[in-house]
Design a binder for this molecule. Structure first.
Ligand code: AMP
Ligand code: GLY
Length: 408
């Protein structure tokens, strides 16, 4: 029987841990550092930071862990896979060099543009004058991104020249040495596409749609994600194939050519424009909250899938197609601005993946940010969302959530 270590502490890592536990080969899943809501039969937590590689390696060796799966980008960008490889420990994820695809927006943009992979036109700038010129050249609305990891929050969209100039002046006054990517606004339906890349093979998961804005009707600030559904039946197989052929495959080929071959989960953020699918971003891990609605659809063995990808054995995952899965995120009322308190966690009967929760003497309490994802499924989006919202209507909680997830 196998033991798995999952690295991270969010609802995504809770979903990953549960999926490993469904494998008949897996007897124990430990999450580092995990959270108090994850502890259940078979899922344990260990208090080690995702970036403390020495301690993680020691833990894996002392506890005979068979496989490590990294949930979030921070340890990947910091080189956890290189550190594990140096010790001959089995881990699924990209090397530090390959993780630049998410770690640096400038690196990602250059790779796409150098290889003619469809994406938004963009320029990288490091001073105010160049930033102003770039915005004017690209035109409005314009998208401005900071060149660093920002958990989905380093992006802003500006409608007019006046507003853009005020924003840029403010950014460069506060941080004169900052690096920005200024890019064309792409209009269209956005979807998340997960590919799992192993030795000599690539497999794909069902598409997911994520709701990034904080408030109903896609209003308010960008967040890590407030809800999701999967599969996305409105996107045709032809568009999926085009996404693979024109976006994912050439990106993997370019990474190979640059001597930074990619292994691990590749998250392609796609916008379906009137000129076809274009890359909006790459992430080097699964999405959150998309994972919470994608992984429950896996009917085959997750351990076999990941192990085969690492070792090069041929494998084909089996996904359900009968139902649509919907997940709604419950967050602190002040998310993403700040934490407003520690609130009681309601009891749910449906599937829950926990994120930012703590345990006081007896009960779970929220600890700011995104607290949990509530998930259900049904024969279509409406049926699934009705189940989730019926449960939310029946509880009395100050935690905040969007009311329009999977509405259309
Ligand atoms: P990112 O941090 O690059 O993942 O961007 C976060 C979100 O901002 C994306 O998921 C999109 O919803 C939105 N966004 C980013 N870039 C663009 C763009 N060029 N055009 C339209 N929307 C964008
Ligand atoms: N849900 C978006 C992300 O994980 O980046």
């Amino acid at each position: 029987m196998k033991k798995v270590l999952v690295i991270g502490s969010g609802a995504r890592e809770h979903a990953i841990a549960k999926t490993f536990l469904r494998s008949p080969q897996v007897e124990q899943v430990i999450v580092a550092p995990g959270n108090a809501g994850m502890i259940e039969a078979g899922i344990e937590t260990v208090d080690i930071k995702p970036t403390d590689f020495a301690k993680l390696i020691e833990f894996v060796k002392n506890n005979q862990i068979d496989l490590t799966f990294v949930g979030n980008e921070v340890p990947l960008v910091a080189g956890i896979v290189d550190a594990f490889d140096a010790e001959n420990l089995k881990i699924f994820g990209p090397s530090k060099a390959a993780a630049q695809l998410e770690g640096s927006k400038a690196f990602m943009k250059k790779l796409l543009l150098d290889n003619d992979i469809p994406t938004a036109q963009a320029m990288t700038v490091t001073n105010l004058a160049d930033a102003e010129n770039a915005a004017n050249q690209i035109g409005y609305p314009v998208v401005i991104k900071t060149d660093e990891l920002a958990a989905g929050k380093g992006v802003s969209i500006h409608q007019t020249e006046t507003e853009t100039m005020a924003f840029l002046t403010d950014v460069f006054t506060k941080k004169p040495d900052c690096k920005l990517v200024i890019e064309e606004y792409l209009d269209g339906f956005e979807f998340s596409f997960f590919s799992l890349i192993g030795k000599n093979q690539v497999v794909h998961a069902p598409l997911a749609h994520d709701y990034k804005r904080r408030f109903d009707g896609d209003k308010g600030p960008n967040t890590g994600g407030m809800g999701s559904y999967s599969p996305v039946r409105s996107i045709s197989q032809k568009v999926v194939q085009e996404t693979i052929d024109k976006l994912v495959a050439p990106t993997l080929a370019a990474m190979q050519k640059n001597n930074t071959p990619y292994q691990g989960v590749l998250y392609t953020g796609v916008i379906l424009t009137k000129n076809g699918p274009k890359v909006i971003e790459y992430n080097v891990r699964f999405g959150d909250p998309e994972t919470q609605v994608v992984l429950p659809q896996l009917e085959s063995d997750f351990y076999t899938l990941i192990d085969s990808l690492i070792t090069g054995k041929q494998v084909q995952p089996v996904w359900q197609t009968k139902d649509v899965y919907v997940g709604v995120v419950l967050a602190d009322p002040e998310y993403p601005k700040r934490q407003s308190g520690n609130f009681a966690i309601p009891h749910f009967t449906g599937e829950v993946d926990f994120a930012s929760v703590d345990k006081n003497a007896t009960d779970l309490v929220s600890d700011g940010g995104r607290i949990l994802t509530l998930i259900n499924h049904g024969k279509n989006m409406q049926a699934a969302r009705q189940k989730v919202y019926a449960e939310l209507a029946a509880i009395n909680s100050v935690l905040a959530y969007r009311k329009d997830i999977a509405e259309n």
